[in-house]
Design a protein around this ligand. Structure first.
Ligand code: FES
Length: 118
């Protein structure tokens, strides 16, 4: 299993609830990644923000009732849990909601792996 880096993205669950509207999404920088934090009635999800079709920000889209986020440009859907679209996909990342804040678990970068050697 690959190593992961834990990055704080909100100071609390309450902050996340205030910033991410139900059936909406928010664009967040986490380490070197730009993420889309999506929210539907089942919870919150972290995905890569860039749509693989032509690069729109998925965070400017919306969540439907089928567990998908809909890209704002050409309306391609992506499952918020798996990142699967219809012939395309985006990476998804686990969220940890704790009493110390909200964290996303990102794959450790090549630089991080290299620096572990020293
Ligand atoms: S840029 Fe997302 S569907 Fe075209």
């Amino acid at each position: 299993m690959s190593k992961q880096t834990r990055v704080q993205i909100f100071s609390s669950r309450e902050e996340m609830e205030n910033r991410v509207d139900l059936n909406g999404a928010e664009r967040i920088k986490a380490a070197c990644k730009t993420l889309c934090i999506a929210r539907n009635e089942n919870g919150f999800y972290a995905l890569d923000d860039e749509c693989p079709h032509q690069g729109a920000s998925l965070a400017k889209g919306f969540c439907n009732n089928e567990g998908e986020i809909i890209c704002p440009w050409h309306h391609h859907p992506f499952n918020v849990k798996t990142g699967k679209g219809r012939g395309e996909y985006v990476d998804v990342y686990p969220l940890e909601i704790t009493d110390k804040g909200v964290f996303v678990l990102l794959p450790q970068s090549a630089w991080d792996l290299f620096s572990d050697l020293f």
